[in-house]
Design a protein around this ligand. Structure first.
Ligand SMILES: [Zn+2]
Length: 274
């Protein structure tokens, strides 16, 4: 599943489309998580993309300065989606569901075998139901020890589930949660309310470090991402605990434990993480 670092990589890879005009949209299969608006071609034709940003795992194409229509195009890659920059010569592949054609000859091509992603145009970004209830971005100053501690106050759920909760902080997927907790030496099973101020500070620092490192390794172009096909090829070699069940801990040599926790597999070292 593409995670925050991959989406950040995609965003950087398609920055060249900023200030470019959309000249058409081709929908081959509208049946994504939400049905793609059949009028999207009419809505977006001749509209200039002012900027491309990311919020959580949503890519946001800002068209708010265009006269008609004012709004934003939101793209989410779901479980298996990918975006590539193509040109007219590139043959179509299976699951290439949507093409957005740009005036500079580029085609932004959306491919998604499992079709859990979405492509949605909205006139009201602030009140949009997809974005409304999201917590702060992990790499901003807004996500800090004081904030996290407040959110953990009185919570009996495990710290791992809490940091993976998008309403608390966005973009900390399973891999990043496991790796951050290992670096912070905190057991994923600890109830949120048991985390001390010092531990919260360390955990915030580790989450930022792990995500920044993953972004750094995520490739610097969209074609790098394409090859990663959601399997996180670049980051996975540097995992300390994720996917290393039964293998020796890189710090203490004790075997890494795998445990099911709230539908997701957690990997951790019972010796290093307390
Ligand atoms: Zn260990």
């Amino acid at each position: 599943m593409p995670e925050l670092p991959e989406i950040e990589t995609v965003k950087r890879g398609i920055k060249t489309l900023e200030r470019e005009k959309i000249v058409g949209v081709i929908i081959r299969n509208p049946k994504l998580r939400y049905l793609v608006d059949s009028n999207l071609n009419q809505i977006l034709k001749n509209v200039k993309v002012e900027s491309i940003s990311r919020r959580a795992k949503y890519l946001i194409f800002d068209m708010s300065r265009s006269k008609v229509p004012q709004g934003h195009l939101i793209i989410h890659l779901g479980m298996s989606g990918s975006l590539t920059l193509a040109d007219n010569c590139k043959p179509l592949k299976k699951h290439d569901h949507v093409d957005i054609l740009f005036g500079n000859g580029n085609i932004l091509r959306y491919n998604d075998p499992r079709r859990f992603g979405c492509i949605v145009f909205t006139n009201n970004l602030i009140d949009n139901s997809l974005l409304q209830h999201l917590g702060p971005e992990p790499l901003t100053p807004e996500f800090n020890a004081k904030y996290l501690l407040e959110k953990l106050n009185g919570k009996s759920s495990s710290i791992k589930q809490l940091i993976m909760d998008n309403a608390i902080v966005v973009g900390v997927g399973n891999i990043y949660a496991c790796e951050s907790l290992f670096l912070a030496k905190i057991s994923p099973l600890r109830p949120g309310r048991s985390i001390t101020k010092q531990e919260a500070g360390l955990l915030v620092k580790c989450i930022k470090e792990v995500l920044e490192q993953a972004i750094k390794l995520g490739g610097s172009s969209i074609s790098d991402y394409k090859h990663a096909d959601g399997s996180l090829g670049y980051f996975q070699n540097s995992h300390n605990v994720y996917g290393r069940s039964g293998k020796p801990c890189k710090t203490c040599n004790q075997n890494i434990l795998e445990k099911r926790l709230g539908q997701r597999n957690s990997f951790y070292c019972t010796n290093c993480q307390k």
